[in-house]
Design a binder for this molecule. Sequence first.
Ligand SMILES: *Cc1c(COP(=O)(O)O)cnc(C)c1O
Length: 363
Amino acid sequence: MKPYVAQIHAYVPGKSSASDGKPLVKLSANENPLGCSPVALDALAIAGSPNDYPDPGATALREAIGELHGIDAARIVCGTGSDELLNLAAQAYAGAGDEVMFSRYSFAVYDIAAKRCGADAVEVDDRDYAADVDALLARVTPRTRVIFLANPNNPTGTYLPREEVARLHAGLPADVLLVLDQAYAEYLEPEEDDGSMELAAAHENVLVTRTFSKIYGLAAERIGWATGAPHIIDALNRIRGPFNVTSSGQRAALAATGDQDFVKRSRDHNRIERERFEARITMLGNRGLCVVPSKANFLLVMFGGEVTAETALHAIADAGFAVRHLPGQGLGDGLRITIGSRADMDTIADVLADVTGGANALS
Ligand SMILES: *Cc1c(COP(=O)(O)O)cnc(C)c1O
């Protein structure tokens, strides 16, 4: 094994069962509680021809994405989830002796993506669980090749407004690639758009990644996409898997782009239930609980009182739910809880009130 591979800690996925094997409702992987669009389900039900390789260029899907977002399809590349594209971005632009930078408490894949191409992973201090633009810019060196920014961020849900994203880009040397990971962008209200797409359209060193895994509810199909300047798309096309998106995945994603009502319904459900759940957790403030403000489809709840995150994790599991505890990412005092159905969120809020001995009913 290469020494830099030996240094990698494999990604730890969110749990879907208790330690005794009992299945749990999975609120640990930021999946869509509404499922996916019925038209995407219909597209998945078509048998197709499994003996044939998929369209290597995902042409119809890229054209549909291009039309939806006003992007030339030639400036789009699809991937086996956006995970593949994040890894390819690091691999295409960084290697041994180079630095790949990201904020503390950001997506666990960035550290793996940096190390698996032999580059040094540089984790920069956050500010209140969010990316700190000044701190990131201050850490740029001549060896910095790639910066990853998730906006909204996972696992904290924090968000940098458009001026901050623009300021980060403006402060970078032209030969540093800024990767703006927008896995949760569809959960933002239209007026909260962070300007990433415009940066990718206008500049030579910006790549935006998106996914069908989150609001579109197609995580099992593994479909992501990225857009940026033609030379960046060319680089990723050279090193991606030639048949990296399955035929069924291409069909389902294509159908899903045509159902923006489903996307809006999912966004509305998420905002309403996230606010409701946040209100109930905030009522447990005197028990040491607080939430990190979130723009995504999950809330990071911090435990600063007598009851620890680990105790709460077990109480929530006893009630039948898996949520995410991330001590390995320095968040041992927090639980990241995906926004599920109203009934599920009410149950979890009840459990947290019970276990902390507080009261938090909404009137
Ligand atoms: C979920 C997630 C992804 C997307 O993963 P896919 O490979 O597209 O399923 C990317 N970035 C962040 C920050 C995520 O949370």
